[in-house]
Design a protein around this ligand. Structure first.
Ligand code: SF4
Length: 437
């Protein structure tokens, strides 16, 4: 009899790739994917606790599962990922939702198959396996069932040592651990042989990759040298670790995209210090000047408003920095306190002020994004076609080297191909064009 899984993924690209690993493990046990949750024999919540909003949504979604469990007592419900890794979270979850069968921490994901086999024999059981060992070896040897189209994610490191005062990642993902270079290079080569056209190297802070004497610049240069036409991207970078050596490698390789995501978080030195970001706005802007020497580079960022004690002047400094950099786009968000972090104990700002500031920041960034988009008009961009675009008839979409999404006429036979597209229309962050023939 067919058995089905349904995975709900929350959070960042790291989690999206982790769900590919969960799917890979479930498929080795004979499970197949279903989009219809009521058909599932196992439901996995791959959680994220970075933001309050994600956590609230996950709790709501787990609650909805009760009715499926009532209909099918053999249904296995698993909660994995960084939310279950928080201190006391597993106990709280189980108390609130006694129907949960498996709770696994971030370092225990590879144990999933063995626990499912146990549960298939006795579904009344409850298994909790949450441990965070800073020196734990990286268990990468789990199969991935990749669903990200032309792009494949490759983890190069895990965890974070930076302890930004607002962030819970170091507490739930542990200290930095880097994979051996040979394992990374072998995985990238294998994926290119399988036909993937784009590889994204992943880590909480890729620039601080460190394995014996090897650094991130080495990994980037070696991956870029692999034979064939493909694109190499990476995320996420930290301004204190991103450096000239990396910029020079990007400049010297056609395979590495001129697309840098460099989260600034705030434009105020006072707030950057309170955040423990370990750089100043002057240092950041100097780095941006250097990055802008890369041809047609697209620069993106994460920007937070409403950090505790942020004054009107601090916020004005952020707006000023955004105007100076002219990001092609930015992920803007409101600070929300995370239990256990230093910033959560600081004096918080009223919600109304945060709301006003985020609206002003979004308005500014949207206008800059629209201006940057217009600079593409009349240019020809090489685009890697990723998918059809269901919003427009007979259209496909893909990204420029700089990371901008372009829609143009075409059919799915173009997916996975590099094509030259002349840009003839823009709409805020979207570009439109026609294939050059
Ligand atoms: S660098 Fe800072 S924000 Fe990024 S994961 Fe580490 S602690 Fe969190």
């Amino acid at each position: 009899m067919e058995k089905y899984y349904h995975i709900l993924t929350y959070g960042c690209q790291m989690n999206i790739h982790e769900s590919e690993k969960i799917a890979g493990m479930l498929r080795t046990l004979g499970y197949r994917d279903t989009q219809n949750i009521s058909n599932a024999d196992i439901i996995v919540f791959n959680t994220c606790c970075i933001r309050d909003t994600a956590e609230t949504k996950i709790i709501g979604n787990i609650g909805e599962i009760k009715r499926y469990k009532k209909k099918n007592n053999d249904l296995i419900v698993a909660v994995v990922g960084c939310m279950s890794q928080q201190k006391g979270a597993a106990e709280n979850l189980r108390e609130k939702f006694p129907f949960i069968n498996i709770i696994l921490g971030t370092d225990n994901l590879h144990e999933l198959p063995q626990h499912i086999i146990q549960l298939e024999q006795d579904n009344k059981k409850y298994i909790k396996s949450v441990s965070l060992d800073p020196s734990a070896p990286i268990s990468e040897e789990v199969p991935s069932y990749r669903t990200s189209g032309t792009n494949a994610w490759v983890n190069i490191m895990y965890g974070c040592d930076n302890f930004c005062t607002y962030c819970i990642v170091p507490y739930v993902r542990g200290r930095e651990r880097s994979r051996a270079p040979m394992l990374i290079l072998d995985e990238v080569k294998m994926l290119l042989d399988q036909g993937y056209k784009e590889i994204t190297l992943l880590g909480q802070n890729v620039d601080s990759y460190s394995y014996e004497n090897y650094d991130f610049a080495y990994i980037l240069s070696q991956c870029a040298k692999i034979d064939g036409k493909f694109r190499l991207r990476f995320m996420t970078s930290h301004p204190k670790d991103f450096n000239t050596k990396i910029i020079d490698i990007i400049r010297s390789s056609d395979n590495i995209c001129n697309n840098i995501h460099l989260p600034v978080q705030s434009g105020s030195n006072r707030i950057l210090q309170l955040m423990n970001r370990k750089y100043t706005r002057e240092y950041y802007l100097k780095l941006i000047d250097e990055i802008k020497t890369l041809p047609n580079v697209g620069i993106t960022s994460d920007i937070m408003v409403g950090f505790p004690t942020e004054t009107d002047q601090d916020f004005a400094d952020t707006l000023d920095l955004v105007k100076a950099v002219r990001y092609s786009s930015a992920f803007t968000f409101v600070y929300s306190p995370r239990k256990g972090t230093t910033a959560a104990k600081m004096k918080q700002l009223p919600a109304e002020i945060k709301k006003e500031r985020i609206q002003e920041l979004v308005k500014l960034q949207n206008s800059i994004t629209a201006q940057v988009s217009k600079e593409y008009l009349g240019t020809t961009q090489q685009v890697l076609v990723e998918d059809t675009n269901p919003r427009y008839e007979n259209s496909v979409c893909g990204r420029t080297d700089s990371g901008r999404l372009v829609t143009f006429s075409g059919d799915k036979s173009l997916i996975g191909k590099f094509v030259d597209v002349k840009i003839n229309k823009t709409r805020v962050a979207s570009l439109f064009g026609e294939i050059n023939v």
